[in-house]
Design a binder for this molecule. Sequence first.
Ligand SMILES: [Zn+2]
Length: 214
Amino acid sequence: MRSVQPLFYKVICTTNKSKPMILPILAYGDPVLRKVGKEITKEYPKLEELIANMQETMKNALGVGLAAPQIGKDIRLFLIDASPFAESEELDDEEKLFLQDFKGIFINARIIEEDGDEWAFNEGCLSIPNINEDVFRNETITIEYQDENFEIKKDTLSGVAARIFQHEYDHIEGILFTDKISTLKKRLLKKKLENISKGKVDVNYRMKFPKLKK
Ligand SMILES: [Zn+2]
């Protein structure tokens, strides 16, 4: 007897939702990156569309996190998708397994507590391309936030997951990772950062440069 091949019917999607858009990421030097984000409510205009566009923008730039100020909105919203770290050779299996599924939409987030020893991790930022520096942060954090349905969540994170959250959280507080490096390193990076503001940088995703001469 021959097995019968199942029949698949093509489902044609008829929703009128527009395709998500890739938004320009603001480069170092843009004043919006320095603003403290405002809390938002469910009524924030076109929130679903904004989140979909940010997801698309983050994916396109191969980021593990993207905060609303980076696309020009000074609100307390950021996204994380840590799955690329699941491929990292420097992490142990348990952490890789956790990071594989560590993704989410974080609204009105607060870090309630920071705990544990400070440790260094080499950070980078989509707004500051081609610069990576070791940043010291606490190992463990307790967080409170609202998810995309505005349900209140509380969680404890440690290691790389905490690290990504701390970096994104800084964005909604107007802080960049380059603020947290030594005075000497800051001096060494001054010219490079100035060049990024002017658009003199090699980058393969869409950006907006505050000091680009037209
Ligand atoms: Zn960043």
